[in-house]
Design a protein around this ligand. Structure first.
Ligand code: ZN
Ligand code: ZN
Length: 342
């Protein structure tokens, strides 16, 4: 083992144009502030100390996980021009909240305590990577209705979801590359289904997402909670609500919504796909098999683009969106455009 094998690294200060350097010590709860711009970030160590009983489980998180997580927090600090703090809070599963001094990364302490640090860290990686893939300087892409495709206007929210879905192809691969134990830790509890029930990636209206969040908390808070039990309940609830909310939509939109959900699940938690599909059929939603057929192509085409450019490039992201629109037969109704900077 090399003599200087410590958890300490000196990195460029993430603040744009700042000449400073920051020492990241993975064993300290926070970095020492940059001597020029005072930017600082909480580290994974801080998070782990805030999760009761994570003492032993924390040791399962490898140095690579600490290094990857801490550099994502530094990148977030650089992109937001401020500090990054971690905060346990009941009213969310995971969220990134802009503040006057930077960004606050919130995580749910009930889920953290029950599912363990690795599961929560995996979920945090997911949301941090969304930001990391699209630096603020980059001009964002949007999917806009083509002139003359008015009848497809109700598809807009579903089509917007493709921006998340395309990201997920790269995000899941990036998390798997950091440590092979991370994704299974979150998947054991069906945490990605929780992310489809509430938060900024849900298909449901805010009042339902809020109800779901409270229901999710109850599942994780139950003294008898087990990974299989919670994950199974999440599958059933997501299917029941999807059946209820999608049933009233016109047939082509319903098929699109179900196809996007199934393809997204295929990226986030592939082993739950069949159970979810069966639960949708059991819940009485028509047209699930046809949607599943479309989902298979959607998933394969997006993954193929990702595999051509595993490192993620803006051009590949655009190609993934294009492939997704084509797989859904919506490329004649929507076009990919670079949005003006806000
Ligand atoms: Zn600085
Ligand atoms: Zn996401």
């Amino acid at each position: 083992m090399p003599l200087l094998a410590t958890a300490e690294r000196v990195v460029k200060c993430p603040t744009g144009h700042c000449p400073g350097w920051i020492t990241v010590d993975d064993d300290r709860p926070q970095t020492v502030p940059c001597r020029y711009c005072r930017v600082t970030v909480n580290t994974l160590r801080y998070l782990l100390e805030g999760i009761p009983d994570s003492g032993t489980a924390a040791s399962h998180l490898t140095p690579a996980v600490h290094a990857a997580f801490n550099s994502l927090l530094l990148a977030a600090a650089g992109m937001t021009g401020g500090n990054v703090y971690l905060r346990p809070i009941d009213r969310t599963v995971v969220s990134l909240v802009p503040s006057t001094r930077g960004v606050i990364v919130e995580y749910n302490p009930v889920i953290a305590r029950q599912a363990g640090p690795a599961a929560v860290v995996t979920l945090l990686f997911h949301y941090l990577l969304h930001i990391d893939l699209h630096p603020r300087q980059e001009r964002p892409l949007g999917l806009l209705l083509r002139p003359g495709a008015r009848d497809k206007e109700p598809f807009q929210p579903a089509v917007n979801y493709l921006l998340h879905l395309a990201d997920h192809a790269w995000i899941m691969a990036r998390i798997a590359a950091v440590d092979a134990h991370l994704l299974p830790a979150a998947q054991a509890w069906g945490l990605d289904l929780a992310g489809m029930l509430t938060g900024n990636e849900t298909f449901f209206p805010p009042y339902m997402a809020e109800r779901n969040r409270r229901w999710i908390m109850e599942q994780f808070d139950a003294p008898t909670a087990t990974p299989a039990g919670v994950a199974g309940a999440l599958v059933t609830r997501l299917a029941a609500l999807s059946a209820r909310f999608f049933a009233g939509q016109r047939e082509d939109l319903r098929r699109t919504l179900v196809a996007i959900q199934l393809a997204d699940l295929g990226l986030r938690d592939p082993d739950r796909g069949p159970a979810y599909q069966a639960a949708l059929i059991a819940a009485g939603l028509p047209g699930v098999d046809a949607a599943a057929h479309t989902a298979t192509r959607l998933l394969a085409d997006v993954v193929a683009v990702r595999d051509q450019a595993p490192a993620f490039e803006a051009i590949a992201f655009r190609q993934a969106l294009d492939a997704a629109l084509k797989a859904l037969g919506l490329h004649t109704a929507f076009e990919i455009q670079t949005l003006k900077n806000a």
